[in-house]
Design a protein around this ligand. Structure first.
Ligand SMILES: Cc1cc2nc3c(=O)[nH]c(=O)nc-3n(C[C@H](O)[C@H](O)[C@H](O)COP(=O)(O)OP(=O)(O)OC[C@H]3O[C@@H](n4cnc5c(N)ncnc54)[C@H](O)[C@@H]3O)c2cc1C
Length: 389
């Protein structure tokens, strides 16, 4: 007969959202008498992501931050600018350092168990949840799942789905060919071919940088499309002699789909699977920090997880933005260029962090091309879902 182990809280997936949430639980000290289990399918000891985000002043992850920048370049076909980010700094954390530092902290806590086990399914009852992995069965009071599946969004049209999809190459050159200050937030000065495409560049030194060819679009493309674009971009900058020492690849969901609707009393979806990704950008790091904090603030053994919902006015703005790019996928360059031409970067970043006042948001709306957004708004008001043109 199989033995069933009991934990108060079980987390499926040992990635960003789980680690941030468990870290908040430890910090709150309210869970010191509880047992927490993290089930992760793969050993996460490689640098599978380079996480970037912006914040003002000192931050919690400064100790493990690989680098930060005070300025950023934005470029489009007819426009290029270097903007001061003050009061923000753009920071980068390597995921390997993040996983290691948090896992060490959890080990010391004595209340968190981390197991390398693949989750298979769960059943919820009135009092809790039974969780099955390939090898074991567990009982818990609350289950948090951070495994993203696209099936549910694929079968609906009300909330269109874009992807922030990309391949990034970390390269090393022999000669000092890279400007270590030239963080490139978005460079749209490359063929758009009916999509929203840009190069994102994180320079680590004068010989090392990440070049990431990125789309905001409904369809993923073949790997060689990204890598050919990176090669062409490097050649244009007369960078011919380089070695690729690390690669990263991703497809991050960009949608205002209310992922939290499938939460139940004892089971909640977190991270990208729970709608924690900012739909208009794909940025998830900062928004997960905020969502993890607010989740833990409310969490207790009888908390009804159906209460976790993230509708606010920024959710609606993101809905319109995704509608616009879903209908006219080529408009991304124009929208972002309008913002960077007319507004300080600090206001744009504050808006993307969902920390602006409504009067500041009016400045953002005013700077955007009016026609596509008004069309998207009217279509939503009369209940029409967007269709690609
Ligand atoms: C390469 C890359 C770079 C990114 N860069 C940035 C960035 O710069 N800034 C930013 O804000 N966002 C970035 N993102 C987006 C986002 O921050 C990450 O995708 C983030 O990891 C999402 O966190 P999560 O908890 O939702 O999912 P994950 O971190 O992916 O965690 C889910 C975990 O579940 C595990 N898992 C899957 N199936 C099972 C199973 N059956 N059983 C047990 N475990 C399972 C996976 O192995 C994984 O560890 C990036 C994403 C990628 C892919």
């Amino acid at each position: 007969m199989e033995t069933v182990s009991y934990y108060d809280y079980i987390f499926i997936g040992g990635g960003l959202s789980t680690l941030l949430t468990v870290d908040e639980m430890l910090k709150s000290k309210r869970f010191d008498q509880q047992r927490i289990l993290i089930l992760e399918a793969v050993s996460k000891n490689t640098n599978d992501r380079t996480w970037s985000f912006w914040e003002s002043g000192k931050g919690k992850f400064d100790k493990i931050a690989a680098q930060y920048w005070d300025h950023a370049i934005f470029a489009a076909a007819d426009f290029k600018t270097t903007v001061a980010l003050h009061p923000y700094k753009y920071k980068t954390v390597e995921s390997a350092a993040f996983y290691t530092s948090l896992k060490q902290k959890f080990e010391k806590s004595g209340i968190v168990t981390y197991k390398l086990e693949r989750y298979e399914n769960h059943n919820e009852s009135a009092n809790g949840v039974v969780v099955r992995t390939e090898t074991s069965v567990y009982n818990c009071k609350k289950l948090f799942v951070s495994v993203f599946h696209n099936q549910e969004t694929a079968h609906q049209t009300k909330y269109p789905m874009l992807w922030q999809h990309f391949i990034g190459w970390k390269i090393r050159t022999k000669e000092p060919l890279i400007d270590p200050n030239a963080l490139t937030f978005m460079d749209f000065d490359l063929p758009q071919d009916g999509n929203t495409r840009f190069m994102y560049v994180l320079p680590f030194s004068n010989t090392k940088a990440l070049f990431e060819f990125t789309y905001f679009s409904p369809e993923i493309v073949a790997d060689h499309v990204y890598t050919d674009a990176i090669k062409a971009y490097l050649n244009q900058r007369r960078i011919f002699d380089y070695e690729v020492y690390e690669t990263e690849q991703g497809a991050i969901p960009m949608s205002s789909y209310p992922f939290w609707n499938k939460n139940s009393k004892h089971v909640a979806y977190i991270g990208s699977a729970g709608g924690w990704t900012k739909a208009s950008t794909g940025f998830t790091f900062s928004s997960s920090r905020k969502k993890a904090k607010s989740l833990v603030k409310n969490l207790h053994s009888s908390f009804d997880l159906r209460k976790l919902r993230y509708f606010n006015r920024f959710w609606f703005y993101d809905l319109l933005f995704v509608d616009v790019l879903y209908r006219n996928n080529e408009l991304g360059s124009e929208v972002f260029a309008s913002l960077f031409k007319k507004l300080p970067a600090s206001l744009i970043l504050k808006f993307l962090d969902e920390e602006t006042r409504f009067t500041e948001e009016l400045r953002i709306f005013w700077a955007c091309p009016k026609r596509p957004f008004i069309t998207a708004l009217l279509r939503r008001l009369v209940g029409l879902s967007p269709r690609p043109l």
